[in-house]
Design a protein around this ligand. Structure first.
Ligand code: M6R
Length: 600
C-alpha cells in the first residue's frame, strides 16, 4: 500500500490490489472507487492474506466511469489471473467482440479487461504467463503498461510496456515494478529501464527482460540520485507547499556543475555534435501545460542571447499541423515526467523528420529522456503534487542554460558575458527564498477570495507566460475560472470582461527593462482599474510607481529582466495554493487531473 500511496498522484479516481496467496486457484482482490483511503477502509474490514506476489493500481479513468467495477485489477481465468493497465488499448472493441463470440463474459466497461481475457486464453492453452504476455502484446494496439499475476505462478509478476512508463526496482530478495521509481524508492534506489515493446518477469530472486519476440535483453541498472525523503512532505501540510519551498534548491541543483572550464554545457546523456548545433537555423520547443509556459520564457532568452528563431508549440498540436522541421531544426522537448504522451509523439515526429532533439526532463530514465538525442535533466527531485511548481522553475533554468551554451558555442556572447549571465542565475535561488519568506500578504489576500468566480492575469514579454501559469494554477487547484492574457491584447477584446470588483493580477515588467514596456503595462493597469477592476500587482522591489495603481503590490527582488519569471511566478503559486486550501480542496490531487498524462 505504501507504493500505491506514493503513486496515487498519477491517478486517483479508484484503486485496487490483487495478491497471490497460498490459494492456487484464485488471487485475492479488493478494489474501490474513489481515493486510496476507500481501498484502505475496505482492506481494514476485509483483510487479504499474506502474499507472495502482488499488483496494485490507482486509476485515472479513460474507458468507463470511475466505479468499483471499472477499478483495476480485472480478473480472468475464473479469478486465477489478475491484470492492471495504464494507457489505452485502441483496438479493444474488435478484441472484445472476438472474445465475446467465444463466450467470454465481461464485468467492466474497460479496455483493460480485454487484455486479461486474452492473457487467460493463452495461459489456458499451456503458455507461461510471460509467454502469454509476449503473445498478446503483439495483438494490442495503442499505449499500455500491463502487469499480471497468476495464482498458478505464485512468485511471479509479469509486465509489458508500449508507450506507457514502467520501471523495474532491484531489491534484495525482492524486486519491484512501478510506473515511477517513487513506487519503490523506500526499498531500493537501484533501477532498470524497460524499453518500448519489452516484457519483464520478476520473482523475488531475479528479473528477466525480453523483447516481444522472446529474445533476452541485457540492461545495466542505474542509481536513482534522490532518496525516499525527497518524496515525502518534509513537515509541510501538502506536497505542493513543500515543492514550492523546494524551489530555491531545484534551481540551484539544476545549475550546479553544468558548465565546464571551456564554457561548454554538460549534458546528462546522449550527444548532439557541435557542428549540428552550429548549423541549426531554428529551434522548436514542444511541451504541454506548465512545461510549455517554461518554453515561452526560454524562447525570449534564447532568441535574445543567440539570435536564433524559437517557436513554442503545444506538443499535441505539433505533428498534426505538418510543421516545417528538418535537420537544421533543433527540437527541445520539455517535460517534468518525461512520459507525457503528446510530447513523446512530438519527439518521435521530429526525429522522423531528421531533427535533433534535446530533452529537458525531470524524471531519470523516462521515455523522453531515453528517446531524445541528448538530455538536460532538471534536478528538481520528485514532483508529487499534480500542479507543477518546482519543475517549472527548473525547466526555465534549464532553458537558460541551453541558451547560454548555444550563445557561447555559436559565438553570440563573449566568455565574460557568459560568466556574468551564469553569475546572475546563481543569485536567483536566494532571491526565490526571499519571496517565500515574504509570502504572508499574498496568502492573506487569497484567504479573502474564496468566493471569487473569475480572476484575470495580465503580463507582457516574459510576464505573459507567468500570467498564464498563474491562471493555470488557479484553475487546477481552486476550480476558479481564470485566464492569462498578454496585457497588450486587453483592448482587443478581453477588457470587455472587466466589471466592478473583477480581480486582476498584473505582472509588471521591471522599470529597469525597456522603459516603454513598464509604462505601457502601467497604462493597462489604469485601464482596467478605471472600469472597476481590483488590481493586484507583482512588481520589482523599488518600483515606486506600482503602488499608485494597485490595491495591493507584491514585491519581488530585482533580477535581470529575462530571469524575472523565476521570481514573479512564486506569489501566484502561493495565491492559488492558499485559495484552494481556503476552499477546502485537496491541492495535491485536484479533481479530474493526473500527474502524468500518458494517453493522447
Ligand atoms: O510531465 P509534463 O511536464 O510533460 O506535464 C505537462 C503538463 O501536463 C503539466 O505541466 C500540467 O499542465 C500540470 N498539471 C500543470 O500544473
Amino acid at each position: 500500500m505504501g507504493g500505491l500511496a506514493r503513486l496515487e498522484y498519477r491517478g486517483y479516481d479508484s484503486a485496487g490490489l490483487a495478491v497471490v496467496t497460498s490459494d492456487r486457484d484464485r488471487v485475492g482482490m479488493r478494489k474501490k472507487a474513489g481515493k486510496l483511503v476507500n481501498l484502505e477502509k475496505e482492506l481494514a474490514g476485509r483483510p487479504l492474506e499474506p502474499a507472495t506476489a502482488a499488483i496494485g493500481h490507482t486509476r485515472w479513468a479513460t474507458h468507463g466511469a470511475p466505479t468499483d467495477a471499472n477499478a483495476h485489477p480485472h480478473l480472468a481465468a475464473h479469478g486465477r489471473l489478475a491484470i492492471i493497465h495504464n494507457g489505452i488499448i485502441e483496438n479493444f472493441s474488435a478484441l472484445r467482440a472476438e472474445l465475446q463470440s467465444e463466450g467470454v463474459e465481461f464485468l467492466s466497461e474497460t479496455d483493460t479487461e480485454v487484455a486479461g481475457h486474452l492473457l487467460a486464453r493463452e495461459v489456458d492453452r499451456g503458455e507461461s504467463l510471460a509467454d502469454a504476455m509476449r503473445i498478446i502484446t503483439r495483438r494490442l494496439e495503442g499505449a499500455f503498461t500491463l502487469l499480471a499475476v497468476d495464482a498458478s505462478e505464485p512468485r511471479t509478476v509479469v509486465g509489458a510496456r508500449r508507450n506507457s512508463p514502467l520501471v523495474i526496482g532491484l531489491g534484495e530478495g525482492e524486486n519491484f515494478l512501478g510506473s515511477d521509481v517513487v513506487a519503490f524508492i523506500e526499498h531500493t534506489r537501484t533501477a532498470l529501464e524497460l524499453h518500448q515493446d519489452e516484457v519483464v518477469e520478476i520473482t523475488p530472486e531475479g528479473v528477466t527482460i525480453t523483447d516481444i519476440a522472446g529474445h533476452t535483453v541485457e540492461r545495466e541498472p542505474y542509481h536513482v540520485d534522490w532518496d525516499a525523503t525527497a518524496a515525502q512532505k518534509g513537515g509541510f501540510p501538502t506536497f505542493m507547499e513543500k515543492e514550492i519551498h523546494d524551489q530555491p534548491t531545484a534551481v540551484a541543483d539544476t545549475l550546479r556543475g553544468r558548465i565546464d572550464e571551456h564554457g561548454r554545457l554538460q549534458l546528462d546523456g546522449g550527444m548532439i555534435h557541435e557542428n549540428v548545433l552550429n548549423s541549426i537555423d531554428k529551434i522548436i520547443v514542444v511541451a504541454c501545460g506548465t512545461a510549455a509556459y517554461a518554453g515561452l520564457v526560454g524562447r525570449n532568452a534564447i532568441e535574445h542571447w543567440c539570435r536564433i528563431p524559437v517557436e513554442v508549440e503545444l506538443a499535441h498540436e505539433f505533428r498534426y499541423r505538418d510543421p516545417v522541421v528538418g535537420v537544421k531544426t533543433l527540437v527541445v522537448a520539455i517535460s517534468q515526467s518525461g512520459e507525457t504522451m503528446d510530447t513523446i509523439m512530438a519527439v518521435r515526429h521530429a526525429q522522423q523528420q531528421g531533427a535533433p532533439v534535446i530533452a529537458i526532463v525531470n524524471s531519470q530514465g523516462s521515455t523522453i529522456a531515453r528517446e531524445a538525442d541528448a538530455v538536460l535533466y532538471t534536478r528538481a527531485g520528485p514532483e508529487i503534487a499534480v500542479a507543477s511548481t518546482k519543475a517549472f522553475l527548473a525547466q526555465i533554468t534549464a532553458m537558460f542554460l541551453l541558451g547560454i551554451y548555444l550563445a557561447e558555442l555559436r559565438g553570440n556572447k563573449f566568455p565574460d558575458e557568459i560568466e556574468s549571465l551564469l553569475d546572475q542565475l546563481e543569485e536567483i535561488p536566494a532571491k526565490i527564498q526571499r519571496v517565500l519568506d515574504a509570502s504572508e500578504p499574498v496568502r492573506a489576500l487569497a484567504r479573502t477570495m474564496a468566493d471569487e468566480r473569475t480572476v484575470l492575469f495580465l503580463g507582457r514579454h516574459v510576464g505573459y507566460p507567468v500570467a498564464m501559469e498563474g491562471a493555470l494554477k488557479l484553475k487546477e487547484l481552486a476550480y476558479i475560472h481564470a485566464e492569462g492574457f498578454p496585457a497588450g491584447e486587453l483592448k482587443h477584446g478581453p477588457i470587455a470582461l472587466i466589471e466592478e470588483g473583477q480581480p486582476v493580477f498584473i505582472v509588471l515588467p521591471s522599470p529597469r527593462g525597456r522603459e516603454s514596456l513598464h509604462s505601457k503595462v502601467i497604462s493597462n493597469v489604469q485601464e482596467v482599474r478605471a472600469r472597476g477592476a481590483r488590481t493586484f500587482v507583482i512588481a520589482e522591489e523599488g518600483d515606486t510607481e506600482a503602488a499608485n495603481h494597485a490595491e495591493q503590490v507584491f514585491y519581488v527582488p530585482a533580477a535581470p529582466v529575462l530571469m524575472t519569471p523565476l521570481l514573479s511566478v512564486v506569489p501566484l503559486q502561493l495565491f492559488a495554493l492558499e485559495l484552494a486550501t481556503a476552499k477546502g480542496y485537496d491541492v495535491d490531487q485536484p479533481r479530474n487531473l493526473a500527474k502524468s498524462v500518458t494517453v493522447e
